[in-house]
Ligand binder design. Structure first.
Ligand SMILES: C[S@@+](CC[C@H](N)C(=O)[O-])C[C@H]1O[C@@H](n2cnc3c(N)ncnc32)[C@H](O)[C@@H]1O
Length: 312
């Protein structure tokens, strides 16, 4: 299957990152190299792009698609939470820009064998990095009911988390849940009949999102990765992040706000004793969202939000 993924908010990202300035840029989520290719095309000859992905298939695709740009692009199979170590290993000190396009790619969702999709029937996998141990089947069949409920409620923002978790436990007591469609049946069986019909989206969408986030530990790496990249940014360097759901966006927003805030002394202190200074400034007052045209062409961009900061 061809690796298809339309880069989201592409011109808006390029405007923030301005790779034509030159220097070293890091695409922390290479995917199908949509953003990476556009960055590489604008980078001057002596610029450098490091594109990272934890998914081996994305790495293969990005290498192929970035090969026309020659030595200025390097694709690395790694987790973006290890971005500091990746750059150290490459002998790179300062960087000038970094991008995170969070979540899954359309390819990962559409390639049925990866087990991310409730539409196609496939073994329950959902790992972005298939060399890692925990699969969706392990979570669904192995987690206690209250843990499942917490994940489905917190990561899926699913109001029927309790009944869905109970239904999954009931189903797995008969026999382990092995496929995406077996999981869909257990989820649907746990939802009140009215809710199944009234939902504008597929009734399993939120629970699938929740399990995917748990399998890949998607939320825990965002803040350390942004901090590590901004720390080694040269003054004027830009960090830009696209999020697709409220939990990701909250982490991006809070991490950026923290990097942009100075003194944390209590207001009653007459003078600052903490000495803390902001290390970045916001460059998107409100998050940038897709235009009407982009939404029409790529409905999957619907929930995207782009935020950015510039290193002081
Ligand atoms: C939305 S896609 C990126 C698409 C890409 N910007 C493009 O235009 O083709 C997100 C990508 O990030 C990767 N990814 C998610 N979490 C990651 C992590 N912690 N470390 C490295 N890559 C990650 C996924 O494997 C996926 O390929």
């Amino acid at each position: 299957m061809e690796f298809k993924h339309a880069p989201v908010l592409l011109s808006e990202c390029l405007k923030l990152l301005a790779p034509e300035r030159g220097g070293v840029f890091v695409d922390c989520t290479a995917g199908g190299a949509g953003h990476s290719s556009a960055i590489a095309a604008l980078l001057p000859e002596d610029g450098r792009l490091i594109s990272v992905d934890r998914d081996a298939e994305a790495v293969r695709t990005a290498r192929e698609r970035l090969s026309p740009f020659g030595g200025k692009c390097t694709v690395v199979h790694a987790n973006y939470s290890d971005i500091g170590a990746v750059l150290d290993d490459m002998g790179i000190g300062e960087i000038n820009g970094a991008l995170w396009d969070l979540g899954v790619s359309s390819y990962q969702l559409d390639e049925s064998s990866r087990g991310f999709s409730y539409v196609n029937d496939a073994p329950l996998d959902m790992r972005m990095d298939r060399s890692e141990g925990l699969t969706a089947a392990d979570v669904v069949n192995g987690y206690p009911a209250d843990e499942l409920k917490r994940i489905i409620r917190d990561y899926g923002e699913e109001r029927f988390a309790g009944p869905i978790a109970s239904s999954i436990v009931k189903a797995r007591e008969k026999s382990p849940i092995a496929t995406t469609h077996e999981l869909v049946s257990a989820i649907v069986a746990g939802m009140p009949a009215g809710a199944r019909k009234s939902e504008a989206q597929h009734p399993a969408k939120r629970t699938f999102q929740a399990i995917r986030i748990e399998v890949n530990g998607e939320l825990s790496g965002i803040e350390p990765s942004i901090r590590a990249a901004v720390e080694r940014m040269a003054p004027g360097g830009v960090a830009a992040a696209i999020s697709f759901h409220s939990l990701e966006d909250r982490i991006v927003k809070q991490t950026f706000a923290d990097l942009c805030s100075g003194c944390v002394c209590p207001p009653e202190f007459p003078v600052c004793v903490c000495g803390r200074k902001p290390i970045a400034e916001p460059i998107t007052k409100k998050p940038t969202v897709p235009s009407e045209d982009e939404l029409r062409e790529n409905p999957r961009s619907r929930s995207a939000k782009l935020r950015g900061v510039r290193k002081l």
